[in-house]
Ligand binder design. Structure first.
Ligand code: SF4
Length: 73
């Protein structure tokens, strides 16, 4: 298997795809076999926890992201 199995349900992944600078997260985590399992979003999701939309793969919260009512995955 190659890449994160949660890509289709991850709102940040969509943003990574369309953003030039944020695409680095995709390269470092989302598309890397085994590495995606260390993503904070992935770990929270598979453990049934609510995943804030602004939670970055490294566990830090992105402060500048606008949040809406549906911004959890
Ligand atoms: S950000 Fe994390 S959960 Fe989302 S697609 Fe990338 S590796 Fe998967």
């Amino acid at each position: 298997m190659v890449g994160c199995t949660r890509q289709s349900d991850c709102p940040l992944f969509e943003r990574f795809v369309v953003s030039g600078s944020a695409n680095i997260w995709r390269l470092l985590y989302c598309d890397k076999e085994e590495k995606f399992k260390t993503c904070a979003r992935y770990e929270a999701g598979i453990n049934g926890r609510t995943v804030p939309v602004n939670l970055l793969p490294n566990g830090q919260l992105l402060r500048s992201m606008r949040l809406g009512a549906d911004d959890v995955c």
